[in-house]
Write a protein that binds this ligand. Structure first.
Ligand SMILES: NC(=O)c1ccc[n+]([C@@H]2O[C@H](COP(=O)([O-])OP(=O)(O)OC[C@H]3O[C@@H](n4cnc5c(N)ncnc54)[C@H](O)[C@@H]3O)[C@@H](O)[C@H]2O)c1
Length: 390
């Protein structure tokens, strides 16, 4: 049994106490990752699952039991103010991120927040300013960056193997909003989501573009609301107007001069996790698709015309940290493993001072790209992206 209130009353020097807010899709993913990370990465300190918060006390209590948290609460403020908690993980809907993170920062906690960081760039800026002033560590849940295949792609690009990057073609397509019968949720409300798929999925592909290519300097965007109304979850005969985009397209110009396209869609029939990019260099190219997340396709002109073609590289123990999960190549990691790697990165940042990326400042830069896309769409013109470098 778990009573409402603090899950752990003591602080042990060799361990970190974790408070998790939210028990939905991402809440479960974070809980599994916090449990697995010290087993997969034995150098990490013990992670105590202290308190789990959700708005419904029964849901919070059941999830705490299921995931192995010592306590639960229906009041997230109790969790963030608990002096025993070291890390606050936020997996609530977007509109709650800022208030939760700022309260946690004020209480001196390290904050691990789901993406998008805030409703808009102004919110992301306020959160970054607060975290940096307090000197706490921050990390944002752009989990796809932690795929060993992405690290390999970065190494290939940095080595110059495919020459100078001239073009990035990125997309993140899913079809979770394709059916007009899918009920209206916080994701279709401007006040609760901030923006539509341009932020929800678009921010993931933006995070990959800036990691692999460069910061985005300017965008020309076109955002659409394809499904314009949705039934209310509790009264399906009534409909609510969808307030944010479910399809987004943009031309992008990177600071270093490369150009590209970024697309995001939540209505792309048949696509489940088509987070994909093709990076064209002067000597070759790289292709990735998250539906085949253990593969990277490499093309190099220097193979000679009679051997022209893409080579498929399967990730394995030579692509860290794959070896921490499995000694055999090609057996494959999964979506939840990326969260385990992300948690290990967070804890390394807290305990060893390893630079964390994307921290709140990086996530603020991503939010600036999203904001620029929204302005560009409204004004129907090329729009510069604000530069958040300090
Ligand atoms: N990194 C990723 O790959 C990824 C994937 C999906 C969602 N997300 C992000 O994670 C966040 C949550 O998305 P989700 O799909 O898990 O949503 P969800 O609706 O499945 O879960 C949200 C949870 O927050 C809880 N909640 C709502 N109000 C609360 C309150 N006041 N106090 C405590 N708990 C409260 C809900 O009860 C629910 O358990 C969003 O910001 C979303 O963008 C990230």
């Amino acid at each position: 049994m778990h009573d409402e209130g603090m899950g752990l009353m003591t602080r042990d020097k060799g361990q970190l106490n974790v408070g998790l807010i939210g028990t939905g899709f991402m809440g479960k993913c974070h809980a599994l990752a916090f449990r697995a990370a010290p087993a997969v990465f034995p150098h990490l300190p013990k992670l105590n699952l202290a308190t789990l918060a959700d708005i419904d006390p029964d849901v919070a209590r059941d999830a705490a039991d299921t995931f192995g948290f010592a306590g639960s609460t229906s009041d997230w403020r109790t969790l963030v103010e608990d002096p025993a908690i070291d890390i606050v993980a936020i997996t609530s809907p977007n509109f709650l991120h800022q208030a939760m993170a700022e309260a946690a920062i004020q209480a001196g906690k390290h904050v691990y927040c789901e993406k998008p960081l805030a409703l808009d760039a102004a919110g992301a800026k306020a959160m970054t300013t607060a975290a940096e002033a307090a000197g706490v560590k921050t990390l944002v849940g752009y989990n796809y960056l932690h795929n060993p295949a992405i690290k390999l792609a970065k190494d290939i690009l940095d080595s110059g193997e495919i020459g100078e990057i001239v073009h990035f073609r990125g997309a993140h397509f899913e079809d979770y909003l394709a059916s007009p019968d899918t009920p209206f949720t916080w994701r279709s409300s401007k006040a609760q989501s901030g923006a539509g798929v341009v932020a929800d999925l678009g921010s993931h592909i933006i995070s990959l573009a800036r990691r692999l290519v460069d910061e985005i300097a300017a965008v020309q965007a076109m955002l659409e609301i394809v499904v314009k109304e949705r039934p209310l979850a509790d009264k399906p005969e009534d409909k609510a107007t969808v307030e944010v985009d479910d399809q987004a397209q943009m031309l992008v110009r990177f600071r270093g001069g490369a150009t590209g396209t970024i697309e995001a869609s939540a209505v792309a029939a048949g696509r489940k996790m088509y987070l994909t990019f093709e990076i064209t260099g002067s000597k070759g190219s790289l292709v990735f698709d998250q539906e085949h997340m253990n593969e990277l396709k490499l093309f190099r002109f220097d193979q000679g015309p009679s051997r022209d073609g893409f080579k498929t590289i399967l990730t394995g123990p030579t692509h860290p940290p794959y070896d921490r999960f499995c000694p055999a190549p090609g057996h494959g990691l999964g979506f939840n493993d990326l969260k385990v790697i992300e948690v290990a990165h967070l804890v390394d940042g807290i305990t060893n001072g390893t630079p964390l990326d994307p921290d709140f400042r990086s996530a603020w830069q991503i939010a600036e790209v999203v904001d620029a896309a929204i302005r560009s769409d409204a004004e129907r013109q090329w729009t510069d992206v604000n530069d958040v470098r300090s």
